[in-house]
Design a protein around this ligand. Structure first.
Ligand code: ATP
Ligand code: MG
Length: 436
């Protein structure tokens, strides 16, 4: 993409109301614009990041055996009346009346609707187990939208739902999602720690919040220092015993949010106990027959008996992740995108748009990168070199490839790694080889 044809409204100064680094940088780097309180337009560069995150989430859901579908944002209140949640949900739900006087709402989540849909289509034990998911916008009329997209009112969520015949099956589905979550966040360059979370009136220990550490996080979290080490999340999720063993090993080291602290265990930990602030990027939850019972969902068992399926639900904050990743990865000059979620891999800078040789070399490299399928943003504008560098640093693409008149004379271009700052001069051919 040529920057001269793009829409990248970068600014020097962030608006005064942005408090945390990610919010400031997202506005300054032209990723989003707020259009109403807690509601954002995703500008081209931000949209690309959102799509990258969405793809990683999708790949790991598919890998876990979940099946993608798409439910609407606007829901009939009937689904919620049937589960008793319409009155219970409170003012976070955006309620809408259509011209016929029918009650609609902008979905804050989808348990009620998915249960009704699955109930109407699944009749036999052979239809289970199943995991279904969608990636769809949600609306919650948060009392205090803040921190940019991290606590918005409209936000993109991946929500998955599992249906099983018994508790053992429910645990397997839960464990598969548990692994998918660890893998998903790791692929984005994040270390997310699973922390036991409240299960509410249903009880049990099957609820975890996945929290990444960041000073600006809204929750206070406590964890064993083993969580600072890198971990491998490779396990055959179809091998039930291996899967359970893996999840047990991942929950062995203490990790708890403020609400779930265990004073006895913490006392034992001594100085291996660490404290930080954290951002919730995902939440998984097994809640049994709460919705299937309320909605009268049953399937026939092998002997003709009727079984009420057990459910879990599994959310990832896709749009929140854009902010969370920036919180975890930025410096004084701007964003530092981990490569898997970067909007483009390479920022190609022509230092002199009025110099024929620079233009020719830059155009040639641009064409070759594009032809090789490398995602490249080409700053071909007639601007000062300093401003171009500042913009590239701010938007944080992993590689900066710089073409200038002095280098051209010596037959070299300059390649800089945004994360490490390492810079080298090399021939255009070698640069291409490195980037392709
Ligand atoms: P929180 O405790 O942060 O309010 P929640 O527990 O209400 O979140 P869930 O219902 O568990 O949220 O939703 C699943 C995921 O959706 C959360 O883990 C989070 O990543 C994301 N999410 C929830 N609320 C918002 C929001 N207002 N803006 C952006 N993302 C959100
Ligand atoms: Mg939650």
């Amino acid at each position: 993409m040529r920057l001269s044809r793009y829409f990248l409204p970068v600014t020097k100064e962030p608006p005064a109301d942005a408090q945390v680094a990610s919010h400031k940088l997202m506005l300054r780097a032209g990723l989003v614009r707020q259009t109403s309180a807690g509601i954002y337009a995703w500008l081209p560069l931000g949209h690309r990041v959102l799509k990258k995150i969405e793809s990683i989430v999708r790949e790991e859901q598919d890998r876990a055996g979940a099946v993608e579908m798409l439910m609407p944002t606007i829901q009939s209140a009937e689904y919620w009346r049937d589960t008793g949640r319409y009155e219970a949900y409170g003012p976070e739900m955006l309620r809408i009346e259509d011209r016929q006087g029918r009650d609609l709402l902008y979905g804050p989540t989808n348990e009620d609707m998915i249960t009704a849909l699955f109930r109407d289509g699944a009749k036999s034990y052979r239809d289970l187990p199943r995991m279904l998911y969608h990636i769809q916008w949600k609306f919650r009329d948060e009392i205090r939208p803040r921190f940019g997209v991290m606590r918005g009112r409209e936000f993109l969520m991946k929500d998955a739902y599992s249906f099983d015949l018994d508790e053992a099956g429910g645990r397997i589905s839960y464990n598969k999602q548990f692994v998918a979550y660890l893998r998903t966040f790791k692929r984005m360059g994040l270390r997310a720690i699973p922390m036991q979370a409240d299960t509410g009136p249903i009880g049990g220990d099957l609820s975890h919040e996945f929290i990444i550490l960041a000073d600006s996080g809204e929750s206070e979290v406590f964890f064993h220092k083993n969580w600072e080490q890198d971990r491998s999340y490779d396990v055959d999720v179809e091998d039930t015993a291996a899967l359970q063993g893996f999840v047990d090993s991942m929950t062995a080291d203490y990790a708890a949010t403020d609400e779930k602290r265990d004073e006895e265990r913490e006392a034992e930990l001594g100085d291996t106990l660490l404290k930080s602030r954290g951002i919730e990027v995902g939440h998984i939850f097994f809640f049994g027959d709460k919705y299937t019972k309320a909605l009268g969902m049953q399937v026939s068992g092998p002997g003709g008996d009727m079984i009420t399926p057990l459910m879990g639900s599994y959310g990832v904050g896709v749009s929140r992740l854009v902010g969370a990743i920036i919180e975890a990865s930025h410096d004084d000059n701007g964003i530092v995108w981990p490569e898997p979620v970067a909007p483009y891999k390479v920022g190609l800078i022509n230092m002199r748009a009025d110099d024929e040789a620079c233009v020719a070399t830059s155009d040639d490299l641009y064409a070759k990168l594009e032809a090789a399928g490398v995602e490249v943003l080409y700053d071909d504008r007639d601007e000062r070199g300093g401003a171009k560098f500042a913009t590239m640093d701010l938007i944080g693409l992993p590689w900066q490839l710089v073409i200038g008149p002095r280098g051209i004379k010596n037959g070299v271009v300059e390649l800089t790694n945004r994360a490490t700052g390492e810079r080298e001069e090399l021939s255009a051919e070698s640069a291409l080889e490195k980037l392709v």
